[in-house]
Ligand binder design. Structure first.
Ligand SMILES: [Zn+2]
Length: 392
C-alpha cells in the first residue's frame, strides 16, 4: 500500500483504455469502474436512505462544505454515518463551493470532519480552476492545491487520501502532476481530475479552453501519462459516463439523481432524460422506450404501476429516484461485464447510437484509433456483435 496516501489500485482486465480493477482503501476494497451517488439538500433523510439502500448501491459521496455549513440540524451527517455502515463513502472537500460562495475553510477542518465520518476516501481540499481566468492565475490555484496535499499528508493518520489535480491543457496538467509526484516521491496510485464540469455544460465549453472534446482529450492524455493510476472524474455522471470510461476513467460522480427525479425524469440506459407523459416541452417516452421501462425490474418498478411514477408527490419522486439509481448502478455492473468480454467499444456505440453524445463518441473513438488503442475504425459494429453473438 502506498504509504503516503494509504491506498493502492490494481487493474486486472483491460479493453482499450477501459479496465476493471480494485481500489484498496484503508477500509475496504472497491471494484472499478465505479459510480458514486451524491447526496442532496433537497430530499429528507428517509427519502435518500431508502433510495440508496434498496438498490444495493456500492458507493456514495458527501461534501464537507455541505456538512459544515448547510446541514443545520445534523440530519445529513446522520444520514452519511448510517449509510456509510453499508456503502463506501467518499467525502469531497467542497473546494468548489467554498470558492464560489467565498467561505473560508481549511485542510485541517475538512480532514477532521473526514476522520469523524471515517470515510473510505478523503478528497483533499482543492481550488478548482476558472476556465476564463488566465494561465498564471490558474497556476496559482494549482500551487495552493498542492500545498494542501502536503498538509493533509502531514496530518493524516488513518484515512485514504485522493489527491486532486486540475488543468485544461497539457502544460497545466503536467505542472499539477509533477507537483503531486514531487510530494509523494512516486506516481500517484490514485488521482481525481476536477474543473471539467464547465466544459461539459455547452458544446463549445467555456471560453478558449474548449468544450466536451477537451474532456475527452484530457482523459486520454491522463490515462496515458499515468497508466497504472486510479482515475476519478469529479461530476461527470449521466450519459457522459460511458464516454469517460471509454477514455480510461475508473470512477465518477453522479449527483443529479435527486433533482432529475424531482423534475419527473425517468432514465433509461443510454437514453437521455424522458418523462412519462408529454407536457410543455418535455420529451415523453416513445413506444419502444416505454417497453424498455416496462421491462425494468428495479425495486420501484417491481411493485408499482406506471401511473404511480407520475406527479409531484413524495412517493412518486421516490419511485423515480429508486428507478433512476437502479439504472445507473446496474449499468456499471453491465459495463464491467462488457469490458471483461473485450467488447466494451461495441457496447458504448450501441448504447449511444441514438444519443446526442454520438458525435462525441465518434471523436473519442477516432483519437483511440489514431493512438493505436484500437486497430480499425468502428464501422462494422453490427457485424462485430453478430460475430460475437452478443445481445445488446
Ligand atoms: Zn425501474
Amino acid at each position: 500500500m502506498a504509504e503516503t496516501l494509504r491506498l493502492n489500485f490494481k487493474y486486472y482486465e483491460q479493453d482499450g483504455l477501459s479496465r476493471i480493477g480494485h481500489l484498496n482503501t484503508w477500509k475496504r476494497r472497491i471494484m472499478t469502474p465505479v459510480i458514486w451517488f451524491g447526496l442532496s439538500v433537497i430530499e429528507n433523510y428517509n427519502f435518500q436512505y431508502e433510495a440508496l439502500t434498496v438498490n444495493e448501491v456500492e458507493c456514495f459521496l458527501c461534501n464537507a462544505y455541505d456538512l459544515l455549513f448547510q446541514d443545520k440540524n445534523g440530519e445529513r451527517k446522520k444520514l452519511v454515518r448510517n449509510l456509510s455502515e453499508k456503502i463506501a463513502l467518499k467525502c469531497d472537500s467542497g473546494g468548489f463551493q467554498t470558492m464560489t460562495r467565498n467561505v473560508k475553510i481549511s485542510v485541517d477542518q475538512v480532514y477532521s470532519l473526514q476522520c469523524e465520518l471515517g470515510c473510505d476516501l478523503a478528497v483533499q481540499l482543492d481550488f478548482p480552476l476558472n476556465p476564463l481566468a488566465n494561465k498564471e492565475a490558474n497556476k496559482k490555484r494549482i500551487y495552493q492545491t498542492l500545498k494542501n496535499l502536503e498538509r493533509i499528508i502531514e496530518i493524516n493518520e488513518k484515512l485514504s487520501i485522493l489527491p486532486v489535480i486540475h488543468g485544461y491543457d497539457k502544460d497545466t496538467l503536467n505542472f499539477a502532476i509533477k507537483g503531486v509526484i514531487d510530494i509523494l516521491g512516486e506516481d500517484p496510485p490514485a488521482i481525481g481530475i476536477g474543473s471539467l464540469v464547465p466544459l461539459l455544460m455547452t458544446s463549445k465549453g467555456a471560453g478558449k479552453v474548449g468544450g466536451k472534446k477537451k474532456v475527452i482529450d484530457t482523459l486520454i492524455y491522463l490515462r496515458q501519462k499515468l497508466p497504472d493510476t486510479f482515475l476519478h472524474v469529479f461530476g461527470a455522471g449521466g450519459t457522459m459516463a460511458y464516454l469517460i470510461i471509454f477514455c480510461g476513467a475508473d470512477s465518477f460522480d453522479f449527483t443529479g439523481w435527486i433533482q432529475k427525479a424531482g423534475h419527473g425524469v425517468i432514465q433509461l440506459p443510454g437514453i437521455s432524460d424522458r418523462f412519462i407523459s408529454n407536457r410543455k416541452k418535455r420529451k415523453a417516452l416513445n413506444r419502444k422506450e416505454m417497453e424498455t421501462f416496462l421491462e425494468c425490474v428495479c425495486p420501484a418498478c417491481r411493485s408499482n404501476k406506471i401511473a404511480d411514477f407520475k406527479g409531484r408527490s413524495e412517493r412518486a419522486r421516490l419511485l423515480r429516484a429508486i428507478h433512476n439509481i437502479y439504472v445507473y448502478q446496474t449499468e456499471i455492473w453491465r459495463i464491467r461485464r462488457f469490458i471483461r468480454e473485450g467488447c466494451f467499444r461495441e457496447f458504448v456505440f450501441s448504447r449511444l447510437k441514438n444519443s446526442v453524445w454520438k458525435s462525441l463518441l465518434k471523436y473519442a473513438d477516432r483519437q483511440l484509433v489514431n493512438l493505436g488503442v484500437y486497430s480499425s475504425k468502428c464501422e462494422k459494429i453490427d457485424n462485430f456483435i453478430k460475430d460475437k453473438n452478443v445481445e445488446l
